[in-house]
Design a protein around this ligand. Structure first.
Ligand code: I3P
Length: 104
């Protein structure tokens, strides 16, 4: 699964509040248990990530019901305590990401 996602980091590894908290837009690709972040589809084709990839081992994700400022937002909690909000472009797209991420 791949596509544009807006991402905001809420917690860093260890569970500390993240210092850089703005939303950023990435062309996001899931390769098995690795989530990679590119500028756009071309960047993905050229394998030129613009942000460190995320390892989904021990990660969980669910709809971010507590986050009401945007629609179609889900929360990804990593095994190391980091926590990201991810905004999909539609309900269907969000459900697709949730299903694929929770499959691992
Ligand atoms: C952040 C930016 C985010 C905002 C975050 C701000 O500021 O405005 O959009 O999150 O609020 O810290 P900056 O661009 O200066 O980094 P929301 O969109 O969720 O409000 P937060 O610190 O309350 O998470």
């Amino acid at each position: 699964v791949e596509g544009m996602l807006d991402r905001k980091q809420e917690l860093q590894a260890g569970g500390k509040k993240a210092t850089i908290r703005s939303w950023k837009n990435f062309y996001t690709v899931l390769y098995g248990q690795i989530m990679a972040f590119y500028k756009d589809k071309e960047g993905a084709a050229e394998k030129q990530p613009v942000s460190p990839c995320i390892f989904l081992h021990n990660a969980t994700c669910e709809i971010a019901k507590d986050y009401t400022k945007k629609k179609h937002v889900f929360r990804l909690k990593l095994g190391d305590g980091a926590d990201f909000l991810l905004e999909a472009s539609s309900e269907a797209s969000m459900q697709d990401w949730l299903a694929k991420i929770n499959h691992y």
